[in-house]
Design a protein around this ligand. Structure first.
Ligand code: GLA
Length: 733
């Protein structure tokens, strides 16, 4: 085996060995026919492991000759790489196709393979980078069902320095009859052992991405969305921890999809306590008609292995996703925004914005994001979505006039749009009442007085693209907050034939990606913010187009600490927008001190969303100081490596830190939510520093050896008060 090569094919044993810097992934072709999953885990450099699969891996004594040529071959004893429907493998399949006679028996056998440098990706869907200079290699394995004349191509790309392997599959119908694709997974992996803990991010609107852990047990455990978006309820990420895995040690397997629609992730623990782990489009809201000669390609699964605990997994995901974000601006420092929503709600006007902008400039803000209320007749949420024309009585000089006036003050202009929506009270609805998702003759559910435009339709997509272009062209806008405030209901239309109605949810997601791809290419310098009533579409698919996201409509500082901590399991810190808002908090009515709110909002992309005219002089001074600190450290905060120290889900405190790649600088955050007497004593032990280095605390000038900070740690601040926060910054001397 060539140890330098990320993908090796060992012909003698018919083994594919995919390797990253610290992980191995092994597949075997069994007796020249079925594809067996052999191993995924810590990197192995030793010789062949072909022996591993010489015999059925369990119940060996009960089967005399369980080879695929034997009529009695039983597939339920084998670990498969891409299991099919209708065989004697009774576990969940990765693919299920029905032929024109109504039979669903799939039999996919190895046909050929190809190994090459680079990546042959689906250009219409988000995908991890394909740059050749990154030592990226791909493997394509073709599986063939000869009697049915269907081929499946399994695509693997290995990202050695990130310990990541991406997977997707493409099915081709090369017969002369149509077939129905009932289910197709992006990834399927059979682990021999199922004794693992599943870590998921769950919640709801205003309580996104809370960490939940559960032990796997017999049967199927799944997370999913059927809401048309990846959803606030289950985030499309999960990790499986082996016994003994902690924050910084042990083995963990991460799964996420580059997909923002209905997904399912499931783990099936079978009768022998083995685990089948799958990710893909949710079959409950999906079928796809494949005409002769047509194909279908799945979204991409991003699989990551870490033998350095959960934090190791997060570090790898953060690194790769940062590299994947829109190229031109991904390395730029994110600006500090004032968003007008909680400051003005719908009551926006040129005059009001300029007044706020003057104060914003004074405290160091760089960008004004004009949220809802600027277009059509939009004075509340009852109308105008779809009519993306500026309200000239509120903005007599247009968007261009506003951006010019802001530019003079040294500020940029951003704008809120919700392009996927239509209000029944709008000019667009009068003209095109059938452009929303609907089932002819049935009621159309209105949420927040709005319906969803049918992005599966070409004419609708063209309209949306044209309207966004009109807003952005020559308006001086450098930032777009792209919102989406509904789930998909009555998913249907009167355009597609009956047998294609169940394709609409996926066509919607693909249609959204088409529009976003065109916009990002046309406006490479514009920053796009992803929002769906907060974190309703906070997923890796959206990260491909958006450099940042609004993670929750809950802006309470303590709630946000939890949302940040959960989100950080998979998503990078420079994707996470945090705004300082007024108190009592508008969503949950809690009051927290201003310094606590700013410290909390600094652990991401700092911004403000409050009426700055209400600030008292001492509050203005405090903000100016903190904003200066943030600006001085924001490249470290936004691009550094995150280490979690204390989880807010485990008690009354939270702590984490960010270090620079060369370990010469770090920032540490500590938060205590409520004042408690005599809480258990502990020290904040830092991670990711250099034990050889001496670090100076910026505020106190005290010098600490690296090994002291890492082993002894910092004292927890013990001041007896509610909502205590402390931020330290250290640099190596
Ligand atoms: C959604 C967003 C908010 C705000 C409003 C405007 O709720 O999540 O941040 O933009 O819409 O209507």
């Amino acid at each position: 085996m060539d140890n330098k090569n990320p993908i090796n094919y060992l012909e003698e044993d018919a083994i594919f060995h995919l390797r990253t810097n610290r992980s191995s992934y092994v597949i075997k072709v069994q007796s020249n026919s079925y594809l067996i999953h052999v191993y995924w885990g810590k990197r192995i450099d030793g010789g062949s492991i072909g022996w591993y699969c010489e015999a059925p891996y369990r119940r060996q004594n009960r089967i005399e000759n369980n080879s695929p040529d034997n009529p009695g071959y039983t597939s339920e004893f084998w670990p498969y790489e891409y299991p099919v429907f209708g065989s004697s493998d009774f576990r969940p399949p990765a693919i299920n196709i029905t032929n024109s006679e109504g039979y669903s028996l799939n039999d996919l056998k190895y046909k050929s393979h190809r190994i090459y440098k680079g990546k042959n990706r689906n250009k219409n869907m988000p995908s991890l980078m394909e740059d050749n200079d990154k030592n990226i290699y791909s493997l394509e394995i073709i599986l063939d069902d000869k009697p049915e004349q269907v081929q499946v191509e399994l695509l693997y790309t290995v990202y050695p320095e990130y310990d990541i392997i991406t997977r997707s599959s493409r099915v081709d119908n090369y017969s002369d009859k149509p077939k129905v694709l009932n289910e197709i997974m992006s990834s399927s992996i059979d682990f021999k052992d199922g004794q693992m803990t599943m870590v998921q991010l769950s919640g709801t609107n205003l309580r996104e991405n809370h960490i939940i852990e559960r032990e796997l047990t017999a049967g199927t455990t799944s997370i999913e969305s059927t809401r048309g978006i990846s959803s606030h309820v289950q985030n499309p990420f999960f990790a499986l921890k082996r016994k003994g895995c902690t924050e910084n040690n042990g083995e963990v397997f991460g799964h996420t999809l580059m997909y923002s629609g209905n997904f399912v992730y499931r783990v099936h623990i079978d009768q022998y306590s083995s685990a089948r782990v799958q990710t893909g489009i949710n079959k409950d809201t999906f079928t796809w008609l494949m005409e002769p000669g047509k194909s279908f390609m799945t979204p991409e699964a991003v699989l990551c292995f870490s033998d350095e605990g959960m934090n190791g997994l997060s570090r790898r995901y953060h690194k790769v996703f940062r590299e994947m974000m829109p190229q031109k601006i991904r390395k730029e420092e994110r600006q500090i925004a004032l968003n007008t929503w909680e400051a003005c709600y719908f009551d926006v006007s040129h005059k009001r914005i300029i007044e706020l902008a003057e104060r914003a400039k004074q405290i160091g803000i760089e960008l004004i994001v004009l949220d809802d209320g600027w277009f059509g007749k939009r004075n509340d949420d009852s109308s105008s979505l779809g009519d993306w024309d500026i309200n000239l009585s509120k903005f007599p000089h247009g968007l261009n006039g506003l951006s010019k006036d802001l530019k003079k003050m040294g500020l940029n202009l951003g704008i809120w749009l919700e392009p996927e929506m239509i209000s029944p009270k709008s000019n667009l609805y009068k003209l095109q009442p059938d452009w929303c998702l609907h089932i002819p003759g049935k009621k159309r559910t209105e949420w927040r007085n709005q319906l969803v435009l049918d992005l599966s339709r070409v004419d609708v997509r063209q309209y949306i693209y044209k309207k966004v272009l009109e807003v952005l062209d020559n308006s001086g806008i450098s930032y777009v907050k792209w919102d989406m405030n509904r789930r998909l209901t009555e998913v249907g239309n009167s355009i597609l034939p009956p047998e294609r109605q169940a394709e609409i949810t996926h066509r919607y997601t693909a249609g959204l990606y088409e529009i976003l791809g065109k916009l990002v290419r046309k406006f490479p310098s514009v920053t796009f913010e992803n929002c769906a009533s907060g974190g309703g579409r906070f997923d890796a698919g959206m990260l491909y187009y958006f450099t940042q996201a609004w993670p929750s409509d809950n802006t309470d500082a303590i709630s946000r600490l939890k949302i940040f901590y959960g989100s950080s399991l998979c998503y990078p810190i420079n994707n996470f927008i945090s705004h300082v808002t007024s108190v009592p908090n508008h969503q949950i009515k809690r009051s927290t001190p201003l310094s606590f709110r700013i410290d909390a909002a600094m652990t991401g992309i700092l911004g403000f969303e409050m009426d700055l005219m209400d600030l008292k002089p001492d509050e203005i001074d405090l903000i100016i100081n903190k904003v200066e600190f943030y600006k001085a450290h924001r490249s470290l905060i936004q691009f550094g490596t995150l280490y979690r120290i204390k989880s807010p889900f485990e008690g009354n405190q939270a702590a984490w830190m960010v270090t620079s790649e060369d370990k010469t600088r770090c920032i540490v955050w500590f938060f205590r939510f409520h004042s408690e007497a005599e809480e258990a004593y502990w020290n904040i032990r830092l991670t990711g520093l250099d034990i050889e280095k001496q670090y100076k605390c910026e505020a106190t000038d005290i010098i600490y050896p690296g090994d002291v900070l890492m082993n002894v740690g910092l004292n927890v601040p013990w001041k007896q008060e509610d909502c205590l926060s402390h931020v330290w910054s250290f640099f190596a001397i």
